[in-house]
Design a protein around this ligand. Structure first.
Ligand SMILES: C=C(O[C@@H]1C=C(C(=O)O)C=C[C@H]1O)C(=O)O
Length: 107
């Protein structure tokens, strides 16, 4: 296969076309990830309301471990390195807890 230069100004440049197409696909996936993070945060707000009603603390370390172990296991089954997935979800959980604290502080 002939490799074309990365910067190809020709009208027909399949390598650039496929790069642009693949980047478009990544951007579409990124948008879906943002929507899912928003959905996760919306549920966290509802959980904050439930906890406030019963006087439970925002952070639940046992639950955090369950969530992290579950996603790490699922990552492994999907052929993804579980370590970075734990990091990503630790960040999501921190975001969720800080949103819950904010929500509870404002009521
Ligand atoms: C959402 C909850 O609140 C916190 C946030 C969690 C999360 O984002 O997964 C998990 C445990 C809690 O520290 C919960 O208790 O389920």
């Amino acid at each position: 296969m002939t490799r074309r230069p990365y910067f190809c100004q020709a009208d027909i440049c399949t390598q650039n076309m496929s790069l642009d197409k693949l980047r478009g696909e990544i951007e579409a996936v990124d948008l879906e990830i943002i929507k899912l993070i928003k959905a996760r945060m919306d549920i966290a707000i509802k959980i904050a309301e439930e906890k406030a009603a019963v006087g439970a603390p925002t952070r639940d370390p046992e639950r955090v471990e369950v969530v992290l172990n579950q996603v790490a296991r699922q990552a492994g089954l999907s052929g993804i390195d579980p370590g970075p997935i734990r990091d990503i979800f630790s960040t999501l959980i921190r975001m969720s807890e800080s949103l819950q604290d904010k929500k509870r502080g404002s009521e």
